[in-house]
Design a binder for this molecule. Structure first.
Ligand SMILES: Nc1ncnc2c1ncn2[C@@H]1O[C@H](COP(=O)(O)OP(=O)(O)OP(=O)(O)O)[C@@H](O)[C@H]1O
Ligand SMILES: [Mg+2]
Length: 263
């Protein structure tokens, strides 16, 4: 059964998509026997355009279909240059889902239902969430086993983290008791600033922070522009090294939770 990892933070521009893409590639490159699925849940389509370019993707063959209750999930699977990495792309029609699901009795469960078959086909399913605590993000939390929260340290990020924490508590209580926070990950990180040093303990009162931090590098933007993953574009770059370490750290978290659940 797949492990479903949701990359979530309602704050914009904290490297959710970069982290989702990098982890998907890191897992896929680490072990060719494992099958990885990345699902783009953001109508901005950033992950989709990096992976698939300007390919025309009709709504019924996109992530939009997963929210329609029609068992069309396999129609939306697209291959990538890595044989063991697939993507379910986004489509602008995804913005309609928000109003379609408001008031629907199963509105928070559509994605989870659509993932039932896919969970048997893949080892890791990575969800790239939009920058909002919307119905779509709640669908991701209801479907996920683990949440990874990319973070940039600032006063505003602390308020935002408390909101995610509260959302997780509600989801745990009402919809998905299995959801666990794998941790916060400091992205676009400059560990030298005294502000970030001073605020880390404050963040840790709300959320466990993973050991791996992801520094800034122009190589990230360059790789995105060239539609290449960071490991292919600049394998020795500090960001590539960090995302490889993050993948390893997360695998250890998954393992330890599995062990805890079994005992
Ligand atoms: N480690 C990094 N170094 C330099 N630039 C980065 C790094 N990580 C991400 N970026 C850049 O920061 C910007 C925001 O990243 P990204 O799109 O991954 O964030 P996001 O949280 O998905 O944004 P949104 O909330 O809009 O979906 C992008 O231009 C991306 O190329
Ligand atoms: Mg994004």
């Amino acid at each position: 059964m797949a492990i479903v990892l949701s990359i979530t933070n309602q704050k914009g521009g904290v490297a959710k998509t970069t982290t989702a893409l990098s982890l998907a590639h890191a897992f896929a490159r680490r072990d060719a026997q494992k099958k990885i699925l990345l699902i783009d849940l953001d109508s901005q389509r950033n992950a989709t355009s990096i992976l698939l370019g300007n390919q025309d993707i009709p709504p019924e063959k996109s992530v939009y279909a997963l929210f329609q209750n029609k068992r069309s999930e396999s129609a939306a699977l697209y291959p990538t240059p890595l044989a063991n990495l697939f993507v379910i792309p986004s489509n602008l029609h995804l913005v309609e889902v928000e109003s379609q699901l408001t008031g629907a009795l199963d509105g928070f469960f559509r994605l989870n239902d659509a993932l039932q078959t896919l969970r048997h086909e893949f080892d890791y399913i990575i969800l790239d969430c939009p920058p909002s605590l919307s119905v779509i993000t709640i669908n991701a939390m209801v479907s996920a086993d683990f949440l990874l929260i990319p973070l940039q340290i600032s006063k505003f990020s602390i308020d935002g983290i408390q909101n995610i924490r509260d959302a997780v508590t509600t989801v745990n209580r009402r919809y998905n008791a299995h959801l666990k926070i794998a941790g916060g990950c400091l992205t676009l990180h400059d560990g030298r600033t005294t502000l970030s040093q001073a605020m880390i303990p404050e963040v840790e009162k709300i959320l466990p922070i993973l050991k791996t931090t992801v520094p800034r590098s122009v190589a990230v933007e360059e790789a995105h522009l060239m539609r290449r993953d960071i490991f292919d574009y600049a394998p020795d770059n500090k960001v590539a090294v960090a995302y490889r370490e993050l993948a390893d750290e997360l695998l250890a978290v998954f393992e330890s939770q599995r062990g805890a659940a079994a005992s």
